[in-house]
Design a protein around this ligand. Structure first.
Ligand code: SAH
Length: 249
């Protein structure tokens, strides 16, 4: 069983959205387990104080190292990485989700207020992970993101494993456009849009080629950073062919 432990000042937020749909069913059937630990339980005074003002001044409060350390020490195990969700962290991505899902689980530390005392990060060698270049009010929603991305990769969670392999990022490309019935649909603009013919032919090789072409086109247009990496990975051969294609546009 893949084990997730979340340290938070708001443990009632869990499982929250992870209790629904794929992740929720997997939690019920024991594919993964969740332990939400209340950091405040480790407070040292009867008021349950977990934060204090920052040394050096400035706005906001900082989570105390002694309280948070006791919380981490109570749950930390060597088999699972301990991650602090933080906007300063390394950007979370599909590769990190794959690596985490392949392991025994994860321990996630959710910050609140201005964040946590630097010495805890140092003392525990916490890995800092960010879910994007924006500031959230707490680590809990970032924890949902990390856990959801991992859980759907656990064996048996998603019905057809093939659908995982074809998704955005798995090959370094964004996904091709998706269509379902009805084949002809009139939108609010009064225009009738028809599903591309090729998708209705049942010709698997041609469909696969069309999808790859679209995935490449979308990635090239929207995410030059991903495109550059993809091209580099596929070697010089692909680079040449995309340049040839690009010339006509
Ligand atoms: N003062 C900090 C922001 C604190 S936000 C700064 O300027 O960097 C409060 C908490 O929310 C953080 O401790 C962290 O756990 C969480 N958090 C905020 N933004 C995040 C992000 N992009 N990714 C992951 N966690 C985030």
């Amino acid at each position: 069983m893949w084990q997730a432990t979340v340290l938070s000042l708001f443990p009632e937020m869990f499982p929250g959205p992870l209790g629904f749909s794929l992740a929720g069913r997997a939690l019920e059937t024991g594919v993964w387990s969740l332990e939400a630990v209340d950091i405040r339980r480790f407070a040292r005074d009867r008021h349950g104080t977990v934060d204090d003002t920052p040394f050096g001044g400035g706005a906001g409060m900082v989570m105390r190292p002694d309280v948070l350390s006791d919380a981490i020490a109570a749950v930390k195990t060597p088999e699972r990485p301990t991650i602090y969700l933080s906007p300063r962290g390394r950007p979370f991505d599909q590769a990190r989700a794959r690596a985490l899902a392949a392991g025994a689980g994860v321990t996630l530390v959710c910050g609140r207020f201005e964040g946590i005392d630097e010495r805890v990060i140092e003392a525990y060698g916490l890995e800092e992970v960010s879910i994007g270049d924006m500031v959230l009010s707490g680590g809990e929603i970032a924890a949902y993101v990390v856990l959801d991305a991992c859980i759907r990769l656990l064996p048996g969670v998603v019905g057809t494993p093939q659908s995982l392999a074809e998704e955005s990022f798995e090959e370094g490309l964004l996904e091709y456009p998706l269509y379902t019935r009805p084949a002809a649909w009139t939108g609010p603009d009064g225009i009738e849009r028809i599903v591309p013919d090729i998708l209705q032919t049942g010709h698997h090789a041609k469909i696969a080629a069309w999808r790859r072409e679209k995935a490449e086109e979308i990635t090239r247009q929207r995410r030059p950073d991903l495109w550059t990496r993809y091209v580099a990975r596929r070697g010089e051969g692909l680079k040449d062919s995309s340049e040839r294609k690009g010339k006509g546009q």
